[in-house]
Write a protein that binds this ligand. Structure first.
Ligand code: RP5
Length: 200
């Protein structure tokens, strides 16, 4: 009997090979494979940004998910400039298999709130650094009236990176592979901090 198990993570490896001999000649080969690349798997996280000019910030969310092997998609949609397409995206997101949406916008940043209004999926907002140092973006994203939540992260690059990690934490509650990757990331991060050598 041959049993093949796969999961969504990107790094291909053969983690367990167990040979079980039962009866006279019955051979059971059991192995676990983790062979599907993040790029080929259906996206679990969408990274939406209000403008191409947001990419330099939002790419940190994309790169974090790519580095940790979480299938994702990224695109520009604007609450103001493409309202119909934004609404359509949000309405269809859950049925497409997406599980978390990250939305980054700057200025009068309504993108995360508009998306959240049209989906039950968790929406994480990233305020983009703006002409007002991102405070306008932060308040526009965070100050949702009660009833439609947006989980708002820090302004700029750190917020984008943390949005990806928080998306992973949400997925990790029901995905063992992603939980392991998140824990590995945390462990390596701690090791790197403890290994720092100061000039003195
Ligand atoms: C927002 O307006 C975008 O999210 C962006 O942060 C800001 C400025 O957009 P551009 O004028 O650079 O396209 O909708």
């Amino acid at each position: 009997m041959l049993k093949l198990q796969t999961s969504i993570a990107s790094d291909a490896f053969w983690s367990l090979i167990t040979w079980n001999f039962s009866g006279a000649w019955n051979l059971e080969l059991e192995f676990q494979a983790n062979v599907m690349s993040a790029q080929k798997s259906p996206p679990l996280v969408a990274i939406i940004m209000g403008s191409k000019s947001d990419w330099e910030t939002m790419r940190h969310a994309v790169e974090t998910l790519d580095d940790l092997g979480v299938p994702n998609e990224a695109r520009v949609l604007s609450a103001h400039r493409t309202p119909d397409a934004t609404t359509e995206f949000a309405r269809k997101a859950a049925d497409r298999g997406l599980r978390v949406i990250i939305a980054g916008a700057g200025g009068a940043a309504h993108l995360a709130g508009v998306i959240a209004a049209h989906t039950w999926l968790p929406v994480l907002g990233v305020p983009i650094q703006s002409k007002l140092h991102g405070l306008d973006s932060l308040l526009s994203t965070a100050q949702m009236p009660g009833g439609i939540p947006v989980g708002t992260l820090a302004i700029g690059e750190a917020g984008a990176k943390n949005a990806a990690l928080l998306a992973m934490a949400i997925l990790a509650t029901s995905d063992e592979t992603i939980r392991q990757k998140l824990e590995d990331f945390r462990r390596k991060q701690s090791e790197a901090v403890l290994a720092v050598k100061l000039p003195k």
